[in-house]
Design a protein around this ligand. Structure first.
Ligand SMILES: NC(=O)c1ccc[n+]([C@@H]2O[C@H](COP(=O)([O-])OP(=O)(O)OC[C@H]3O[C@@H](n4cnc5c(N)ncnc54)[C@H](OP(=O)(O)O)[C@@H]3O)[C@@H](O)[C@H]2O)c1
Length: 265
C-alpha cells in the first residue's frame, strides 16, 4: 500500500474506536475515504470522533456496542446486510487487560469478561460478518493481538495472554477457511503503544518514550487494503517499521538429527 491508497466507497467496521489504537485507525481509514462504522461503549467519545471525521468531510456511522453482549454482536451481520449488503473491512481491535495477578487470584467474573471481549466477541464478529466480507470484492479482517502475552512470556498476565493466544489461533484458522475466497485475515502485534491500556499495565513508564496510536495506524491500513495479499499472518509493528529487526528464519537441522514428537497434537 502507498500513502495514496484510496479507501473511497469502502465500508469498514472498527471495534474499540472510542480511544487508543482503534480511534486512530478509524480516523486514518476515514481520512482515506472509507465510510467507518465506529463502535465501542463510550457514547461521548464516539460522538467526538464522529464530529472530527465529519469535519474532515468523512463518513461515519456510530454504533454503541458492548462486546459482552453476544446477541447484539450477532445482529450486526443481518443489520449491515440490510443497509449496505457487504462489508469491506473488519478491524477487530477492542480489548481489555483484565487482572494482572496470579491465576489462583483471578475471579470467575474477571476471567469470563476478558475471554468474552478479547476472544469470544471476535469469533462472533467473524461468524456474523463473514458472509458480508465475502460479498466484498476484497474483504479484509484485521485483529489486534499481543504476541508476547500470547506466547506465555509473562507471569500474572494469564487471562489476557490466554485470550490473545486464542485470538491468534482463531484468526489463523479463519484465514485458512477463506484461503480460496477474496477475503484475507491477519493480526497485528503493535508492541508497546502509548494508550490507556499500556499506562494501566506499566504505570511507571514514561509514555512519551513509546510510539503513538497514529504511528501504528498505517499498518492497519496496509492490511485492510484490497492490494494486501498476506493471509493468516501476525505482523509485528516494529519489524514492519524496521525490517532489519525481523528474526532470521531458523534453519532446520539435518534430517538425521531431527526428532519427531509423537506426543504433540
Ligand atoms: N497499547 C498497547 O501497548 C498494546 C500492545 C499490544 C496489544 N494491544 C491491543 O490493542 C488493542 C487496542 O488497545 P489500546 O491500547 O488501544 O487500548 P485502550 O486505549 O484501552 O482502548 C480499548 C478500546 O476497547 C474498547 N472496549 C473495551 N471493552 C469493551 C467492551 N466491553 N465492548 C466494546 N468495546 C470495548 C474501549 O472502548 P469503551 O471503553 O468505550 O467501550 C476502547 O475503545 C487491544 O486489543 C489490545 O489488547 C495494545
Amino acid at each position: 500500500m502507498t500513502s495514496k491508497t484510496s479507501f473511497t466507497n469502502r465500508l469498514a467496521l472498527v471495534t474499540g474506536a472510542s480511544r487508543g489504537i482503534g480511534r486512530a485507525v478509524a480516523l486514518a481509514l476515514a481520512r482515506q475515504g472509507a465510510h467507518v462504522i465506529i463502535t465501542a461503549r463510550t457514547v461521548g467519545a464516539l460522538e467526538e470522533l464522529d464530529d472530527e471525521i465529519r469535519t474532515l468531510g468523512g463518513k461515519t456511522t456510530l454504533l454503541t456496542l458492548d462486546l459482552c453482549d453476544g446477541a447484539k454482536i450477532d445482529q450486526l451481520g443481518p443489520t449491515l446486510y440490510q443497509r449496505w449488503g457487504k462489508l469491506d473491512i473488519l478491524i477487530g481491535n477492542a480489548g481489555i487487560l483484565g487482572p494482572l495477578s496470579p491465576l489462583n487470584h483471578v475471579t470467575e467474573d474477571a476471567w469470563k469478561t476478558v475471554l468474552d471481549i478479547n476472544l469470544t466477541a471476535n469469533w462472533r464478529l467473524i461468524r456474523t460478518l463473514d458472509p458480508l466480507l465475502k460479498h466484498s470484492d476484497a474483504g479484509r479482517a484485521v485483529f489486534t493481538t499481543s504476541s508476547g502475552a500470547a506466547s506465555a512470556k509473562r507471569a500474572y498476565w494469564g487471562p489476557y495472554g490466554v485470550s490473545k493466544a486464542g485470538l491468534e489461533t482463531l484468526v489463523k484458522t479463519y484465514a485458512l477457511e477463506v484461503e480460496s475466497t477474496p477475503v484475507r485475515a491477519n493480526l497485528i502485534d503493535p508492541g508497546a503503544i502509548q494508550t490507556e491500556m499500556r499506562a494501566k499495565a506499566f504505570p511507571g513508564e514514561d509514555p512519551k518514550t513509546l510510539p503513538t496510536s497514529e504511528d501504528v495506524a498505517p499498518l492497519f491500513l496496509e492490511l485492510a487494503a484490497p492490494e494486501c495479499t498476506l493471509n493468516g499472518r501476525v505482523v509485528n509493528f516494529r519489524e514492519w517499521q524496521n525490517p532489519k529487526l525481523k528474526p532470521k528464519p531458523k534453519r532446520s537441522p539435518p534430517s538425521s538429527t531431527r526428532k519427531t514428537d509423537a506426543s504433540s497434537a
